[in-house]
Ligand binder design. Structure first.
Ligand SMILES: Cc1ncc(COP(=O)(O)O)c(C=O)c1O
Length: 463
């Protein structure tokens, strides 16, 4: 029998808020639909004062944890000065942030076009690719997620129901995709390394058949996170770059989930010997305040100027308050060498999760890089059959036991702040262990899992 977990048992006031949320806010919710009111470091506190490990860093944004004191200080100071301005002017925070971003990138990647969301940043990158090459196809990688606004939805291929009913709002003709280097469930049933990344060789043939031949960009997540935490083998990204070059296309890497430092390097692509033509940033670089963007070379930026609506400037892009906070966050990441910390703590996390895997057959695989890891939940280790219902059951038990993780399909993602300690890793892994055992014992008995998670939405809400 699994240990008893404290039941969630929300107070009456908490339950009433949940009901009011359901009545008036049109949003997708995990169950229980906890109402949070405070955060500090790795901790979240609900309105009853119950605390939870937040292994999602917000929406993968708060790399320093919640309410980092230095960021709070900047926010307080800037709130009294200027938080929004006409986006056809600039401000010193934005200039500094752009300079600091460029300082972390390989030579040449030095001009930043700011946006508000990761989706918008990727659409800016797509505009750039079209403007620079004069071509139209965006070739993406199956299992990639690039956002929910319609142009990037068209190049998002994580499956599920998220594209259902969108009909002509998507642009399928110009959005072909190639195989992912997903070794755990190889799309062409081979084994790495004997396969010599044949998924890419076969993709070359595919390209000939499924594209118009006019490929503007090859767009890829450096690590395909929502689609199953696919960490490409070392040869894949360099060869993808060669493929892009052979097609006369730009290589656009989407680092929304990875930068800064989450994987143990400031940018995920630094694990590979590759420099993209355009890199996009969002979530972690934004500190949670909606400042995202696309970075390219001066030459390409100038080639694109005046075409495809570039440079892009929406109502809120580059506002001073988010720029100040995001810049301070990046300054701290660099000052405190959080890339090295993520690499070291990532090993501790990985070892802890592998112990969990060894203890529970439902955990078929642990994948990830640095402080971004994922448990692949299966009904059968031999066949590697995905078990999304069990994954959701584990997530729910984890939440009831005070640990917030992301569950999309059969993938449970662990994404703590980069400031996480060894003791915290040990403690939340124990909680996860209890959650797995509770789930295996069939708890909770009274929850309709079809209405409880992304299962209900067929992955619509996947981030
Ligand atoms: C890799 C990747 N790119 C882009 C996006 C879209 O970001 P946003 O939700 O800020 O539009 C996401 C969102 O989860 C993502 O995971």
């Amino acid at each position: 029998m699994a240990d008893a977990l404290p039941s969630h048992a929300p107070s009456n006031a908490h339950a009433e808020l949940m009901a009011r949320d359901a009545a008036r806010v049109y949003g997708w919710r995990y169950q229980p639909a906890i109402q949070f009111e405070r955060g500090e470091g790795i901790w979240l506190y609900d309105v009853d004062g119950k605390r939870y490990y937040d292994l999602t860093a917000g929406m993968m944004c708060n790399v320093l944890g919640h309410c980092h004191p230095e960021l709070v200080e900047v926010m307080r100071a800037e709130a009294g000065k200027l938080w929004h301005e006409n986006s056809w002017y600039s401000n010193p925070h934005l200039v500094r942030f752009a300079e600091r971003i460029a300082s972390t990138l390989p030579d040449g990647l030095e001009v930043v076009n700011f946006a508000v969301t990761g989706s918008e940043a990727n659409e800016v990158a797509m505009r750039m690719a079209l403007a620079v090459t004069g071509k139209h196809d965006i070739l993406s990688v199956i299992r990639g997620l690039h956002g929910g606004s319609l142009a990037v939805e068209s190049v998002t291929t994580i499956g599920g129901a998220r594209r259902r009913h969108l009909g002509p709002l998507l642009a399928p003709a110009n959005a072909p995709a190639i195989y992912a280097p997903f070794c755990y469930r190889c799309p062409i049933n081979l084994e790495y390394p004997a396969c010599d990344v044949a998924c890419l060789t076969q993709s070359r043939e595919l390209i000939d058949h499924v594209t118009s031949g006019d490929i503007a960009a090859v767009l890829a997540e450096t690590m395909l996170v929502a689609g199953g935490m696919v960490v490409p083998p070392p040869e894949w990204l360099p060869r993808l770059k060669q493929l892009a070059e052979a097609e006369g296309a730009l290589l656009v890497l989407d680092e929304a989930q990875l930068a800064p430092a989450r994987t143990g390097k400031l940018w995920g692509f630094q694990h590979y010997d590759v420099t993209p033509d355009i890199v996009t940033f969002a979530k972690g670089m934004s500190a949670g305040l909606a400042i995202c963007g696309a970075v390219t070379t001066r030459e390409m930026a100038e080639q694109a100027r005046g075409k495809a609506g570039l440079p892009w400037a929406g109502t809120y892009s580059g506002d001073p308050l988010p720029a100040a906070v995001a810049d301070k966050q990046l300054e701290i990441v660099l000052r405190d060498r959080l890339d090295e910390r993520a690499a070291a703590m990532g090993q501790v996390l990985r070892a802890a999760l592998e112990r969990l895997r060894d203890a529970h057959a439902v955990i078929g695989d642990v994948r990830g890089q640095g402080l971004y890891q994922m448990l692949d939940i299966v009904s059968d280790r031999e066949t590697r059959t995905p078990d999304p219902a069990m994954a959701e059951r584990i997530r729910l038990n984890a939440a009831l036991g005070g640990v917030i993780v992301i569950c999309v399909k059969n993938f449970l993602r662990i994404c703590p702040p980069l400031t996480v300690t060894e003791a915290e890793i040990e403690a939340f892994t124990e909680c996860l262990d209890r959650a797995v055992r509770r789930a295996l014992d069939g708890h909770p008995k009274d929850v309709d899992f079809r209405a409880s998670s992304s299962l209900a939405m067929g992955g619509v809400a996947a981030q």
